[in-house]
Design a protein around this ligand. Structure first.
Ligand SMILES: NC(=O)c1ccc[n+]([C@@H]2O[C@H](COP(=O)([O-])OP(=O)(O)OC[C@H]3O[C@@H](n4cnc5c(N)ncnc54)[C@H](O)[C@@H]3O)[C@@H](O)[C@H]2O)c1
Length: 409
């Protein structure tokens, strides 16, 4: 059971037209009578964020507030088979002209080739400036479709309909849309906001535990960089089999969204303070590129945060306790294998890190902690330049042995 703490929905900020501000008292009523809660993404070009469970029937009326000629539902095969037919039937029943397009699934499909095929397919299907794309899937689908939407005819509208915990609580709260390059993660992209975000937490119940874990890793990250008390909450609500009722999922998703929104409120542009959200991602992205889809994004970020903690410890920025807490929460509680994959040698990782998208000039900079819930400040910002040799010492000493499996189970 997830504990429902006091400030839950009373801090419901911009709860809007559909469901006005809620107190924790009215939240229990919410659980008895599912409805759609309207938040916003707190970003510079903010989008309405609709959240609830078993809310599909309300979707056509929100969609039809907008003028359009056709919608294109874009998903991967897994999501399309699970939820495509019911969504398409719902749209047909509301006389919405809809066409479905499937694209490659997973991280390995987050490429120029997939993006280009999708854009060409949409033009072949006679997409117009007045059409709307729906990104229906995990963070990968959201990123590719968001980027395609920004490129086609210099911009068509898209709706983000995330179906993973990562998508609903992290990538949907970002206007960064990107694909990977041969030499690094998210190397080609743009900032482009969705028309709105639609998250039905019911869909999370079919997600593989591995991906639920992956979404929770980003929540652990939010706690480590900005709100260490939130880590206590997460530790209590992570149950070993990661199974949650719809109502529990709703609470969890809501709190994870809030943990990121609080950071975005300080930097809605995602270009300054919000860089702290990249904690663990410099190492994590290098591991993810090397793993070629065999490890999930969250698994890589988890190892990346442990490496960042080792680096901060090596630089005397954090004590043993904070470093060890990384291993306790991510390894013992969440159950992630925190070793580097076999074959992830230091030279290769350093070479990939060298083309990280946060590098400036000649040095690679890292987001590092200076205490629980605190990020170390570098030269006027939140990244620290660390000499490569120092990073190499940490990488050489870090345990290896993870025989990464295909990210399926
Ligand atoms: N733009 C951002 O700020 C941002 C933030 C976080 C993550 N991301 C990106 O998101 C990606 C990771 O997203 P992800 O963890 O959602 O992985 P993912 O998109 O690869 O999805 C994981 C798998 O789950 C399947 N799936 C999706 N929904 C399902 C459901 N409801 N039931 C069963 N299976 C389902 C998919 O088919 C896929 O195989 C990474 O590429 C990462 O870079 C971007």
């Amino acid at each position: 059971m997830i504990p429902i703490a006091q400030p839950l929905v009373s801090s419901c900020l911009h709860a809007g037209r559909i469901s006005k501000e809620k107190t924790s008292e009215s939240l229990s009523a919410y659980h008895r009578t599912p409805e759609v809660l309207e938040l916003d993404t707190a970003l510079k070009d903010s989008s309405p964020y609709f959240l609830g469970y078993t809310i599909a029937s309300a979707f056509p009326s929100i969609l039809c507030r907008h003028d359009f000629d056709r919608v294109f539902l874009i998903s991967d095969l897994a999501v399309s088979q699970l939820y495509g037919p019911e969504l398409i039937e719902l749209l047909h029943n509301s006389h919405v002209p809809v066409e479905e397009i499937s694209i490659a699934n997973g991280e390995r499909g987050k490429t120029f080739a997939t993006l280009s095929r999708l854009c060409e397919d949409l033009v072949r299907h006679r997409i117009s400036k007045n059409s709307i794309l729906i990104a229906f899937g995990g963070g990968v689908i959201g990123n590719i479709v968001g980027l395609a939407a920004g490129l086609i005819y210099r911009g068509v509208r898209f709706i983000d309909m995330p179906t993973t915990l990562m998508g609903q609580t992290d990538s949907a709260l970002s206007n960064k849309q990107a694909i990977n390059g041969d030499q690094g993660k998210n190397q080609f992209g743009i900032y482009y906001p969705p028309l709105f975000v639609w998250s039905d937490v019911r869909m999370l119940r079919s997600e593989l535990p591995r991906y639920v874990r992956s979404g929770l890793v980003e929540g652990v990250k939010n706690a480590l960089i900005s709100d260490i008390d939130f880590l206590d909450y997460l530790q209590v609500c992570i149950n070993p089999d990661l199974s949650y009722s719809d109502a529990e999922y709703f609470d969890l998703v809501y709190r994870l969204i809030e943990s990121k929104r609080r950071i975005l409120e300080k930097d809605p542009t995602e270009k300054h303070y919000a860089i702290v959200l990249e904690y663990g991602h410099t190492f994590g992205h290098a591991i993810e590129l090397l793993a070629q889809g065999h490890l999930s994004h969250g698994e890589c970020v988890a190892v990346g945060m442990c490496l960042a903690a080792e680096l901060a410890h090596n630089l005397h920025l954090i004590d043993d306790e904070l470093r060890d807490r990384h291993y306790r929460v991510l390894g013992d509680v969440l159950g992630i294998d925190l070793r580097l994959p076999i074959g992830a040698d230091s030279n290769t990782l350093l070479c990939i890190i060298d083309s990280d998208n946060k590098r400036t000039g000649r040095s690679v900079r890292h987001v590092l902690l200076s205490g629980p819930g605190r990020v170390a400040q570098g030269d006027g910002d939140y990244m620290i330049s660390v000499p490569t040799e120092r990073v190499r010492i940490v990488l050489d000493a870090y345990p290896r042995g993870h025989a990464s499996s295909k990210s399926g189970g």
